[in-house]
Structure formats: structure tokens, C-alpha cells
Design a protein around this ligand. Structure first.
Ligand code: NAP
Length: 537
């Protein structure tokens, strides 16, 4: 293709999920040309790929939708308080149709490289199929849990049964009836799948490395009156979300838990446990994030619940975390997860005690024995936060590669820009509070910031913006220190620290833990002060 035949847009958007759709809408609203390149065969991003049985929101549906359009809110009827994957996928398709976005999206198109050209000041993306497109701006709407990973056990390729990663579940579904199924992992994804499939399979073997502190989801159908109330109150709901630490609907109890007598504390835990969702985490005493005593107390409460619910006391003890405090990893939202272990057809293998040695053609071999399986499910998570960006060969000024730049951990300014990569914006990259977040709230904040930035450039007759190295160093430092004093800062064995990342980020704190309100404040300050820390031209 001659250089002149390469299609050119004002902006290229990589990814057609919640961030990509919103970015496309906002750019078009400004009269800009934009093209979304989406690897999946349909839109939806996370909600397209993660279609495993039981996949469901852990944010309340009515707080999880886009907030910017009353028409969209009024025109959609959530059927459950915590919508399942099919309903969320339908919702995103509804948005795509209502906003007439489809003609701006190329499906089945994975971006392989994204290269900056100094002379033209344009980015060129090349797809895996070898097609190219150019854009002045690039919005990496690639998600932070997109690059799924298989564990590094020998023999992963050898299994002769059906191997499945939860993030690549077949669209046509999988017949699990009468099958001996194994699942590796007990994170939020695994919890949802285990509690759903245990009643269907012949036998389920769960390979657990670390049990998690799960919180009760309490999903229920949504009746018309409740739905109407949420539609009416939508502006206040979104406002309230933006005022909380992680943009969930739950407001923290302002009291110091340590000053409240234990019996009274446990009364609150009972209420929050009954309320469901992340109430036990985010509506708890605000010092649940900082006080070992309070986090341990919530752990003791949940351990009591687990012991009440799991009939076999030995099994119950295996399911109670012993090596990390409540709230230091994202708690899975569960629905009868613990009861699943009473079903008689389920085994729990503690792989820290009897490590997995290899995957064999017939199943899984631990140090103790072989487990024969028909189906092996990997619920082993993602190369968190950096994985999807680094899967693309991104090269900025002077051929600088993002992978090289981040070899010793990510460096960003505000989690949005990287020095040496002009006009490249990440929506859910590292150093962002979005990791904790009720995502559409954070996505709207982040995309809106990028749009304001582009408006500002335009108003000043400029077309390029790039963070300075100093500002990038300063923000990276802010992020590294943002977890100081928080219990999550001390728990290095989580994907917040890239613990499972098969790359160079292990041990680096990958988020901004200062919370959504602080981040929004910083965004506003940078905007109103004319983008200090960024060079515009
Ligand atoms: P994850 O939280 O990273 O969990 C991965 C699981 O696999 C962990 O139990 C991990 O054990 C285990 N694992 C990884 N490598 C292993 C190995 N080599 N051997 C044995 N076990 C191994 O991933 P996820 O469950 O997919 O969830 C990721 C995030 O996605 C969540 O935190 C949440 O933010 C989001 N999510 C949300 C929902 C929702 O309700 N909306 C549902 C699913 C996921 P260790 O703990 O020991 O590392």
C-alpha cells in the first residue's frame, strides 16, 4: 500500500470495550474522525471475552452504566441488581446502536504495532493482518485485565482433554455435564464459575493456591418500581459514586472502627454482609483500609460465616485465608460459593502444600498424585495493567519502545501519558485509580480528561501534547507512595503489584491508591492550570 493510501483519522482508538465506545462517541461529538480497532469479533471488550458461566458484575448494574446520557439511562431496563455477562454485552450493543457507533469500529482486528513518526507527527498502527492506519492521536482503550495468562507449568500444551481460559470461553458454550472438570485459580473469576458449574459437572477439582476473602453479592431481580427509582435518581447516584474512594455506591462509615466496641462493629458487619456487593469493603469503617485490627476483625467475622456455611470443618479451614488480611486483594463477590463445597462432588487441592508439578495429557500432576480430567479450566488471571499495552509493539519518539521504557516497571504521568509518546493516551493503564474502581465511572473521568485536553490544544492552535520526564517521575513517585499507610501497600502478593505478571512488573505498585475523588481533583487542577508537566506544541 502506498503511503498516501493509508487511511488517516484524527484519532485511532485501540479497543472496542466500555472505554473505546465512549471515546469514539466523544471524539465524534467534536466532529473528529476516529476509528476503533477491536480484536474481538464483536464489541464489548472484557464483556465480550469473559463469557464463562456465572460471569457477572460486582458493581450494582444501575451504578455501572454510562452516566452521560439521560436517553441511554431511560431507554435501558436492567433486570438484575448485578447483571450477568449476557445482559452487559446486550447493554453495550444497545449503546453502540443508540449512538450509531458501529460504522466507526473494525472488528476482528488486533493491533500489532503502533509507531510514531516524528516528521509527520502521526502514529501508524499496523494490524496483525498487515493493514495500516494513521492518526494524530491514539487512545489506548485496551483495558487493564485483558492480556490473559496461562500458568508457567510444564505440559500446558500436552493436555488431551479440553483446555479453557476463562477469558476465552467459547461463544457456543461448553457442555460440562457428566465431565470431570478441574479449575486452577480461586480469584473472583474462579469463584463465579465454581459456584455456577458445580451442580452441573460430574466432579470438580479446584486447585487453590490462595483462598480469598469473598463478600456476599446478594444479587436479585430488579422490579419495575425499583428500576424507575434508579432512573429518577441516576444523577445523584453517579455524583455519590464519584465522591467515594473507588466510585462504588457504598459510602464509608466515617467513624474509626478501632473506637467502636467489638459487639457494635459486628452488628455493622452483619448489616453490610446482608446488604451485599462491596458494602462490607467500602461501606465499612473507613479505617478498614488502614487498621490491621479492623481488617482482621472483618476477617474473623467472615471466617465465622465460612465455618457456619461449609459443613466439613477441614474444608472450611482450607477456604479461610491465613496469609492475607481482608481487603488487601479485591474480594470476590460470591453467591453460595461456600455452599458449593457441600455438594459432595468437589475436591479442593491446596497447591501450596502439594504443588502442581506439571500438566499431563490426562490432567494435573501434583507432588502427591495425578488428577484425571476431561476439562481443565484456567482461571489464572491476567498480566495486569501493563499486559495489553505491552502486547502491542508501541514505539514513540526516536524509536523508543514502551516495553523497553517499562522494563523496570511502568512510568506514567497521571496514568494517562508516557514521556516520549506524544499524543498517546491510556485510559486504563497503570497508575490509575481505575483498578479499584466501579469502572464506567473511572472510564468516563479518564476519557473526559483526554477530551478536555484535546479541546485545550485545539483552542490554543496546538496539535501535540506530551508529558515531561520530570512530571512523569513525580507522578510515578506519587503512585509508589500512594499505598503507604494502607494495608494493600503491605500485601505484595496481589495483581495490584503484578504478582502473577509474566513480565517485568512484578513487585512494582501498579496503581494510584489515592482514590477517585483525589484523582479527579488532580485532573481538574491540571486542566485549570493549563497542563503543567506537559509540553504542548
Ligand atoms: P486473579 O484475581 O488474578 O486470580 C487468579 C487466580 O489464579 C488466583 O487465585 C491465583 O492464585 C491463581 N493462579 C495464578 N497463577 C497460578 C498458578 N501458576 N498456579 C496456581 N494458581 C494460580 O484473576 P481473576 O479471578 O480473573 O480476577 C481478576 C480481576 O478481574 C478481579 O480482581 C476483578 O477486579 C476482576 N473481576 C471482576 C469480576 C466481577 O465480578 N465483576 C469477576 C471476575 C473478575 P494467587 O491468588 O495465589 O495468585
Amino acid at each position: 500500500m502506498a503511503q498516501t493510501d493509508i487511511p488517516q483519522y484524527d484519532a485511532i482508538i485501540i479497543g472496542g470495550g466500555v472505554s473505546g465506545l465512549y471515546s469514539l462517541y466523544r471524539l465524534r461529538e467534536r466532529g473528529m474522525t476516529a476509528r476503533v480497532f477491536e480484536a474481538g469479533d464483536a464489541i464489548g471488550g472484557t464483556w465480550y471475552w469473559n463469557r464463562y458461566p456465572g460471569a457477572r458484575l460486582d458493581s450494582e448494574s444501575w451504578s455501572y452504566q454510562y452516566s452521560f446520557s439521560k436517553e441511554l439511562i431511560d431507554g435501558w431496563n436492567w433486570t438484575e441488581h448485578f447483571a450477568g455477562q449476557p445482559e452487559i454485552e446486550r447493554y453495550l450493543n444497545y449503546v453502540c446502536d443508540e449512538l450509531k457507533l458501529r460504522d466507526g469500529i473494525e472488528l476482528g482486528t488486533r493491533v500489532k504495532s503502533c509507531i510514531y513518526d516524528e516528521a509527520s507527527k502521526l502514529w501508524t498502527i499496523t494490524t496483525e493482518a498487515g493493514r495500516r492506519a494513521r492518526g494524530r492521536y491514539v487512545i489506548a482503550a485496551t483495558g487493564f485485565l485483558s492480556a490473559h495468562q496461562f500458568p508457567e507449568y510444564p505440559g500446558v500444551e500436552d493436555f488431551e482433554g479440553l483446555s479453557l481460559h476463562t477469558a476465552r470461553w467459547p461463544k457456543e458454550g461448553v457442555d460440562l455435564k457428566g465431565k470431570r472438570v478441574g479449575i486452577i485459580g480461586t480469584g473472583p473469576t474462579a469463584v463465579q464459575i465454581i459456584q455456577t458449574i458445580v451442580y452441573e459437572v460430574e466432579h470438580l477439582t479446584v486447585f487453590q493456591r490462595t483462598p480469598n476473602w469473598c463478600t456476599a453479592l446478594r444479587n436479585k431481580p430488579m422490579d419495575e418500581a425499583t428500576r424507575a427509582g434508579f432512573k429518577r435518581d441516576a444523577p445523584q447516584i453517579f455524583e455519590q459514586c464519584n465522591e467515594t474512594l473507588a466510585a462504588f455506591i457504598h459510602k464509608a462509615d466515617p467513624r474509626d472502627g478501632v473506637d467502636v466496641p467489638k459487639a457494635e462493629r459486628w452488628k455493622l458487619y452483619e448489616e453490610l454482609h446482608a446488604r451485599g456487593g462491596f458494602a462490607l469493603w467500602f461501606a465499612n469503617y473507613h479505617d478498614v483500609f488502614t487498621s490491621q485490627e479492623i481488617a482482621d476483625d472483618v476477617g474473623e467475622f467472615l471466617a465465622m460465616k465460612i465455618r457456619e456455611r461449609v459443613k466439613d470443618p477441614v474444608m472450611a479451614e482450607k477456604l479461610i485465608p491465613k496469609d492475607h488480611t481482608f481487603g488487601t486483594k479485591r474480594p470476590p463477590g460470591e453467591t453460595n460459593y461456600y455452599e458449593a463445597y457441600n455438594n459432595g462432588n468437589i475436591d479442593l487441592v491446596e497447591v501450596k502444600k502439594t504443588p502442581i508439578e506439571r500438566i499431563t495429557p490426562r490432567g494435573v500432576r501434583t507432588s502427591e498424585r495425578d488428577y484425571e480430567l476431561d476439562i481443565l479450566i484456567y482461571a489464572t488471571g491476567f498480566r495486569s495493567l501493563t499486559g495489553e499495552l505491552l502486547r502491542i509493539d508501541i514505539r514513540g519518539r526516536d524509536g523508543l519502545s514502551l516495553a523497553g521504557k517499562w522494563a523496570d516497571g511502568p512510568r506514567t504521568n497521571l496514568g494517562v501519558q508516557f514521556a516520549g509518546f506524544p499524543n498517546l493516551f491510556a485510559i486504563l493503564g497503570p497508575h490509575n485509580p481505575a483498578t479499584f474502581c466501579n469502572l464506567p465511572r473511572c472510564i468516563e473521568n479518564n476519557v473526559d480528561w483526554v477530551m478536555h485536553c484535546i479541546d485545550f490544544l485545539k483552542a490554543n492552535g496546538q496539535t501535540s501534547i506530551e508529558t515531561t520526564v520530570d512530571a512523569e517521575n513525580a507522578w510515578t513517585q506519587v503512585c509508589n507512595e500512594s499505598a503507604k499507610g494502607l494495608l494493600i501497600g503491605e500485601m505484595k502478593d496481589s495483581w495490584f503489584y503484578g504478582n502473577n505478571n509474566q513480565g517485568g512488573e512484578r513487585g512494582h505498585f501498579l496503581l494510584y491508591a489515592g482514590g477517585v475523588p483525589a484523582y479527579r481533583r488532580i485532573f481538574r487542577e491540571v486542566e485549570t492550570q493549563g497542563y503543567p508537566g506537559f509540553v504542548r506544541s
